[in-house]
Design a protein around this ligand. Structure first.
Ligand code: C2E
Ligand code: MG
Ligand code: MG
Length: 699
């Protein structure tokens, strides 16, 4: 490669000597360009392509050090070699100090030293440039990375900080320079809060890479703290001698918070914040281990909210979620801090009660929970009432492992549901048999609709004064292929739990409306027929529209259809109930509150419900003759119904004594085995024609 050399001198002898020296070998390593004025050289340098300059400082158009300065300003990156032509050694030395690469004395202008000096200067300039580029690259890299980097000398005093290190420590590079690393990077232990030794000190001592102890905290200059992770390493010179160290570290505060959050989420239910299934299982396992050693007992409570599905479906998931959160809070208030309340998912909760020898604590806690649940939950403008069914299993009698204990508590919970909900039951072995039976029913129920195994029975309602049939209640029956007939008490609740009640209820409404149409065509006396509506149907968002469609399709007058909704269902969200009832009322439907007296009616709401009939639950009648107490309630309810201008019907009238009592109370209507059991449609039609054989007048 040929290097272009610019020779600047007005002395032609000097120039020729130099040219000779450069061209002597004839290897073409140098090509020479020669000028005598500074101005010429500047023009040439601006056009570029010059690799080295040999300059005489005394030129016709410039003298002294000024000549060098001007050249250097134009070509700071081209090596400049000063030519000592006269006795101006002082001057050339000054030029070297100001950036000249070297100088050559007049005595050597013709010698091999010209070539050697030029070669050295060009090489050293190239190395300088390379070094500059590498340094710049390192600087940019260190300032671009998100890790903090601090360098120290052999004594552990800081000599370098990148920008991240400046931000993280709060020290600028200038401030930090020369300060001990322990001062700039103040480290403490996150637990003990004691000062930690800086890894740099260890690196300098052991002369090998080191990491920080876990849980180290960096205290910034302003006192703020950050959890950090780091590594430090020694720096060696050419001979492998340690000259200092670097430490690289980064902020792990956010990562630590995230991993703590992940650990929390893995153990807690996202909705209620209660421990989840994993934690519960772990705690029960611990309790079992403890129980084995100290023969301790403990109890597992399985809770399921009654009618939660209904609230969720009708009021939306957000309301349902808020209700679950509110319930979770209530549950926590019912147990001790050593107990565990967990959510299993959905509306199911499991509670582990420690140290419960005979299940006494479990019974007490269950009672406490049932009582706590009676308070309404106010959720986005709704006053919601929920009840819960609770099953209890006790270790070790009802199971010796987590799975069995929970399964048996679950079975007991189903039993509590069967017993009318809103109560608690201890697990008994027979329940397992019942749980299996229940499952069989659920499976068969799914087929029953398709196979048309349901039939509708009708039970007359009677005017107590005249004995005339004033209406009838449609009651579902399930006839099995073997001819056995199943009563709703065995399957309606199961159908509600698995949601099948919605299509079954639709089927009932269609059947009854079709039957009303049939009887109308046959010219029979027209009486309203009532259909029972379960919670899930009533709260179903399309319920009103579906009823309308069915009534219209049957082409019957809406006031021949009566809907019976239980008091509990209506009161579970009274405000929403009023809306639905009003729409049904607007359609012309007759509305009945069923099983009145068994729930927690608020008279205030009852007054606002657009209802026609109060149907007093049969439980009030059963022992009228035995105690007078219930009689008083029945008469009070009858009086209340009258004052609300509602028709009062009493159900479950079985004997003359009850009939006489009701008549004495001026109760208008009754329904019960005394008049007729529920009968098939054909028989009901006959009864409409012939009237009842037992006359209400017989009393
Ligand atoms: P409910 O609506 O209170 O119906 C009255 C129940 O009392 C009927 O039982 C009826 O047979 C019975 N009963 C009538 N008179 C007497 C009497 O003098 N003494 C006694 N001990 N009982 C009497 P059933 O048919 O077994 O129905 C039980 C419950 O099942 C009904 O109570 C109702 O809540 C529900 N149910 C019946 N059919 C349907 C239906 O189609 N859909 C829905 N969702 N539920 C229904
Ligand atoms: Mg009814
Ligand atoms: Mg009833």
């Amino acid at each position: 490669m040929t290097n272009r050399v610019l020779i600047i001198t007005a002395d032609s002898i000097v120039a020729e000597d130099l040219e000779d020296a450069l061209g002597k070998v004839g290897d073409g390593q140098f090509s020479v360009q020669r000028v005598s004025h500074l101005s010429e050289s500047i023009v040439l340098l601006r056009t570029g392509g010059i690799d080295a300059i040999m300059a005489d400082l005394s030129l016709p158009d410039s003298q002294g050090i000024e000549t060098f300065d001007k050249l250097f300003a134009v070509a700071p990156h081209i090596p400049i070699i000063m030519l000592c032509v006269a006795d101006d050694e002082m001057l050339t030395t000054e030029a070297v100090q100001r950036g000249a690469q070297g100088y050559l004395s007049k005595a050597h202008f013709g010698s091999y030293l010209v070539r050697q000096t030029l070669r050295n200067c060009i090489r050293s300039k190239a190395l300088e440039e390379k070094f500059f580029i590498e340094r710049t690259r390192a600087d940019i890299t260190l300032n671009s990375i998100s890790d903090a980097v601090i360098g120290t000398d052999m004594s552990g005093n800081v000599d370098y900080l990148n920008i991240t290190a400046e931000n993280m420590t709060g020290w600028t590079r200038d401030d930090a320079h020369g300060h001990p690393i322990a001062e700039v990077m103040h480290l403490i232990n996150s637990v003990t809060r004691e000062v930690e030794r800086n890894p740099i000190q260890l690196v300098l001592f052991h002369n090998k890479p080191m990491g920080l102890a876990a849980g180290t905290i960096l205290v910034r200059r302003d006192g703020r703290e950050a959890a950090i992770e780091d590594s430090a390493a020694p720096i060696h010179d050419w001979d492998g001698k340690i000259t200092g160290a670097v430490i690289v570290f980064h902020d792990v505060t956010a990562a630590q918070a995230m991993s703590m959050k992940m650990a929390y989420l893995a153990q807690h239910d996202f909705l209620t914040g209660l421990p989840n299934r994993v934690v519960l299982n772990d705690r029960i396992n611990q309790a079992i281990a403890l129980g084995k050693r100290r023969s301790n007992h403990f109890a597992v409570l399985f809770l399921d909210l009654d009618n939660f599905k209904c609230i969720n479906d009708s009021l939306g998931h957000e309301t349902g979620d808020a209700l679950l959160q509110s319930v979770a809070q209530n549950l926590l208030l019912c147990v001790r801090s050593s107990d565990t309340v967990s959510r299993q998912g959905g509306d199911e909760f499991v509670i582990l009660l420690m140290e419960d020898k005979y299940g006494e604590k479990a019974a007490l806690t269950a009672k406490k929970i049932l009582a706590a649940m009676t308070a309404p939950h106010t959720i986005v403008g709704h006053e919601l009432h929920v009840t819960t069914s609770i099953g209890i299993s006790v270790y070790p009698d009802d199971g010796e492992d987590v799975e069995t204990l929970i399964k048996n508590a679950d079975t007991a919970m189903y039993h509590a549901k069967e017993k009318g909900r809103n109560n608690y039951q201890f697990f008994k072995n027979v329940m397992n048999v019942q749980a299996v039976e229940r499952q069989v029913i659920e499976v068969n129920l799914r087929r029953a609709l398709e196979l048309s195994e349901f039939v509708v029975y009708y039970q007359p309602k009677v005017n107590l004064a005249t004995g005339i049939i004033t209406g009838a209640e449609a009651l579902i029956r399930w006839t099995h292929p073997d001819g056995n007939m199943e009563l709703p008490g065995r399957f309606v609740e199961i159908a509600e739990d698995c949601g099948l009640i919605v299509p079954i209820g639709q089927w009932m409404l269609q059947q009854v409306c079709a039957q009303i149409g049939c009887w109308q065509k046959a010219g029979l006396r027209q009486i309203p027929i009532s259909v029972n509506i379960s919670a899930l149907e009533f709260r179903h968002k399309d319920f009103v529209e579906e009823v309308r469609t069915i009534v219209n399709a049957a082409g019957i007058s809406p006031n021949l259809l009566q809907l019976e909704i239980t008091e509990n269902v209506l009161m579970s969200d009274a405000k929403a109930s009023i809306k639905i009832l009003l729409e049904l009322k607007r359609m012309g439907m007759l509305l009945t509150v069923d099983d009145f007296g068994t729930g927690y009616s608020s008279l205030n709401y009852l007054h606002q419900f657009p209802i026609d009939v109060l149907k007093i639950d049969q439980s009030f009648l059963h022992d009228i003759a035995v105690t007078n107490g219930n009689g008083i309630i029945v008469s009070a309810v009858i009086a209340m119904g009258k004052s609300l201008r509602l028709l009062v019907v009493v159900e479950g009238v079985e004997n003359q004594e009850q009939l006489a009592f009701l008549k004495a109370q001026h109760c208008e209507e009754g329904q019960g085995f005394l008049f007729s059991k529920p009968v098939a449609a054909e028989l009901m039609a006959k009864l409409l024609v012939t009237g009842l054989s037992i006359s209400a007048d017989k009393s």
